[in-house]
Design a protein around this ligand. Structure first.
Ligand code: GDP
Ligand code: GDP
Length: 446
């Protein structure tokens, strides 16, 4: 089982160069996954992809990072900077039909400063016989290699993906952590109290704090040992904090959040008690579930509304509403300032972590499946009888199961949901997400 962070590949480029077309081609998924958590907003700008057994997270930064600057070059520059900070590999997509555009030189110049691998891909080269002609002007950008591509017609696609996969194999693996380390990432808007929270936690009694040698270049991780448990605290705000100037607020960065999420078991999303829950908070909560992370909500700065019962009620209601589809996520009222509520987090983290990594015997899982079928047969599909042959756990973190069927596509969503809920109850997974895959029997099984 791999708990290593999933590498992040960022797609950048001007509008209309074909980023979403390429994105869709790269993330085309094969399996139907059921995440029994409905109502999470699906963002089509990032997703899981894989090539040659190498999995990665693809992010279309152009679609995802909104920027206040109203000029294009400012916007794309911003994308590039974010990608250089957070991504493992960058693909700059250029438009072969438009040719070199003003600003491309500067952008390439900027990207050459990073030590990370950058693929300079020229899109809309729809066939080999126009490749030379369309590619030629781009050599003046002075890059060593250009990748001719047609995101639409797939010309050059396999070649690019092969090279990408090979590069992914070389991305630095994170240093090993002590066994059973609970990896906890703090997420939330700027100023919600993420770093104060980490300080408050490390300041608790009987905490042994150590720096983590050589964790990823730009993250500030804190390793903590308490009551024989190891915790890795990941501050999403990262290193910028160190040189934090008085009130210069950093921008919320979705790339940063995704990167932290890929490295954690449990996401602690902080909500500001005084400001209440915002759309961005809800979005981040959605991301944690799309990523299949365990989730805990921390309503921070509770001290500020301590005396205001009405405000407390309103807030708790709003939070409840935001996580109504994620009933397994515990909610805590805390104050990083006074330390209130922080002790109570630890036993909860332990339980969440255990469930997140729990393994179940195949025999027990199949008894559960038999019971579920006995109580409620899958409905017929277009006159066909649906069979669920057996089930097995295919991974942990989060617990993920495959259910093998004669016709997976015919299993109605409500029945999939029913099974997911039966699994949740039967396995006692009351604190973490779980996933079911529905699959056909492979030739070998038949
Ligand atoms: P984005 O704004 O960068 O995400 O660009 P889109 O993916 O939305 O594509 C912009 C336009 O370019 C659309 O009309 C696409 O159909 C077209 N397009 C994308 N890839 C190709 C390609 O490989 N060849 C051609 N001829 N058109 C493409
Ligand atoms: P970050 O940007 O999310 O890391 O937020 P910081 O940890 O830098 O905190 C932002 C501001 O909120 C600082 O001025 C903190 O002192 C303040 N703050 C953080 N937690 C609390 C809290 O629980 N109560 C109060 N009253 N203020 C807090």
């Amino acid at each position: 089982m791999s708990t290593a962070a999933c590498p992040l590949v960022a797609l950048i480029g001007r509008p209309n160069v074909g980023k979403s077309t390429l994105f869709n081609r790269m993330t085309r998924s094969r399996d139907a996954i059921v995440d029994p958590t409905p109502g999470v907003t699906r963002d089509r700008h990032y997703g899981q992809a894989s090539w040659e057994e190498r999995a990665f997270m693809l992010v279309d930064t152009g679609g995802i990072e909104d920027d206040d600057s109203d000029n294009f070059s400012g916007h794309i520059r911003q994308q590039a900077m974010q990608a250089m900070d957070e991504a493992d590999i960058i693909i700059l997509l250029l438009d072969g039909r438009q040719g070199v555009m003003p600003g491309d030189h500067e952008l390439v110049e900027l990207l050459r400063r990073t030590e990370k691998t950058v693929f300079f891909a020229v899109n809309k080269i729809d066939s080999p016989n126009i490749e030379n002609e369309l590619l030629a002007p781009f050599w003046e950008l002075g890059v060593e290699q250009l990748w001719a591509l047609s995101a639409d017609h797939s010309y050059g696609f396999n070649t690019l993906m092969d090279a990408l996969a090979e590069n992914l194999g070389q991305t630095e693996a994170p240093p090993p952590l002590p066994e059973n380390t609970i990896r906890l990432a703090f997420l939330g808007r700027p100023n919600v109290g993420k770093s104060s929270m980490i300080n408050a936690i490390t300041g608790q009694e009987r905490m042994i704090v150590s720096e983590v040698a050589g964790t990823t270049r730009d993250a500030v991780d804190t390793m903590l040992t308490a009551d024989k448990h190891n915790y890795l605290l990941i501050d999403t705000a990262g290193i910028r904090r160190k040189g934090k100037t008085q009130d210069k607020l950093e921008k919320f960065s979705i790339l940063k959040a995704l990167k932290s999420l890929s490295r954690c078991d449990i996401a602690a999303v902080l909500i500001d008690a005084e400001e209440g829950i915002t759309e961005q908070d809800t979005k981040v909560i959605g991301y944690t579930q799309e990523q299949g992370r365990a989730l805990m909500l921390l309503i921070n700065k509770w001290d500020l509304i301590e005396g205001d019962k009405k405000r407390q009620e309103q807030l708790l209601e709003a939070v409840e509403e935001a996580v109504k589809f994620i009933p397994f996520a515990p909610v805590f009222r805390v104050s990083a300032k006074t330390g209130a509520g922080i002790k109570r987090l630890f036993p909860e983290l332990g339980k969440m972590h255990r469930q997140f990594h729990q393994r179940f015997s195949t025999a027990a899982l199949n008894r559960l499946l038999e019971d579920a079928k006995a109580q409620h047969e899958p409905p017929m599909y277009q006159g066909r009888r649906l069979k669920l042959y057996y089930t097995a756990q295919i991974s942990t973190a989060p617990p993920t199961f495959a259910v093998i069927s004669n016709y997976p596509k015919g299993i109605h969503f409500s029945y999939q949901r029913y099974l997911a809920n039966r699994f949740r109850e039967g396995l006692g997974l009351d604190r973490v997400p779980l996933r079911l895959f529905f699959r056909e029997r492979s030739g070998r099984d038949k």
